[in-house]
Design a protein around this ligand. Sequence first.
Ligand code: NAD
Ligand code: TYD
Length: 346
Amino acid sequence: MKLLVTGGAGFIGSNFVHYILKTHPTDEIVNIDALTYAGNLENLTDIRDNSRHVFVHGDITSTRDVNRLFREHRFDAVLNFAAESHVDRSLHMGPREFIKTNIMGTQILLDAARKHKVPRFLQVSTDEVYGSLGPTGAFTEETPIQPNNPYSATKAGADFMVRAAQHSHGLDAVITRCSNNFGPYQFPEKLIPLMISNALADKPLPVYGDGLHVRDWIYVMDHCSGIDTVLRKGKSGEVYNLGGNYDVPNIEIVKGILKILGKPKSLISYVKDRPGHDRRYAMDNTRAKTELGWEPAHRFEDALKETVNWYVANKTWWDRIRSGEYLKAYDKMYGWREKGDKGVQG
Ligand code: NAD
Ligand code: TYD
């Protein structure tokens, strides 16, 4: 297959590119990424000379960039990973870029896929479109879409545009909704890499609110295998939930990281909560399991250890991020913090 991957210099996209090159020896990938603050070509250094992977610096919100790609290549599928992906940024820096990339960008890709009769469009979505759960139960694909923050609202908007393109125009399209990922190459603004890098630097670990918010964690390679399975076996018009079957409070994750690194719990710093912070996410994977035979393969504890080891071994990768442009964006982003707030983030 010849795949168009968008956002393939980001965390999950770059892992997916690696996954496909390794798992499907004849597949080819064209990877378009705008290289925003979250896109990093260093995530692709090891495959620079791989002739089955072509990187294109381009923006999915540019019809010119997108149309050029579709004119130059005949794709068997489009996989849309490109997004503004961080909830805190959507809250504190405003939703404009989120609306532009997550909704407009998706629509531009849908239009191009339709025009060029691409046989399959896969939208990489998130459990966050379902909103927050009470103390019991899990999201199914029938759970109402009730996003609570600007990031998840724009991801939900994109899902609806994909649904509309499939329903009204007959585009072959599938949506995957996945839970919280972790693994190599995750930008250190997200919980797990932020906590690992802060702990390694003996800096405080900022836990929002009471630390009892629950996320369902999945190792990124399991997400990649789930996307690949839906790409090849999913039914057009369907949504498939993908989750790691590991839903625990944030504080447990933070303590787990400290334990692996042999660092003291005194580094934990409870800080002001995120506004409108969703209390609990958990995924019901029944459809993907029964209809497609997909299940996450990694044990959380092993994958977390492997991930921590990766960050220890790749300090230069995240050091470069944290010392350069990233810190400036980071300061700006966390400038909302009130005086006296205990949190030190970077
Ligand atoms: P990320 O922020 O690490 O990467 C996003 C990538 O998209 C970056 O490389 C960035 O440069 C690129 N990009 C942004 N705007 C672009 C544009 N206009 N044109 C082209 N490229 C652009 O995000 P991630 O964590 O890898 O997430 C990838 C996808 O998976 C997103 O759609 C996200 O909503 C979804 N998702 C993420 C998680 C998670 O836990 N990280 C969970 C479920 C779903
Ligand atoms: P995050 O990694 O931002 O993913 P998402 O908001 O998409 O779930 O956050 C995961 C959880 O960790 C979420 O409940 C917010 C919490 N969190 C903290 O407590 N401290 C932090 O510094 C960050 C970044 C997140």
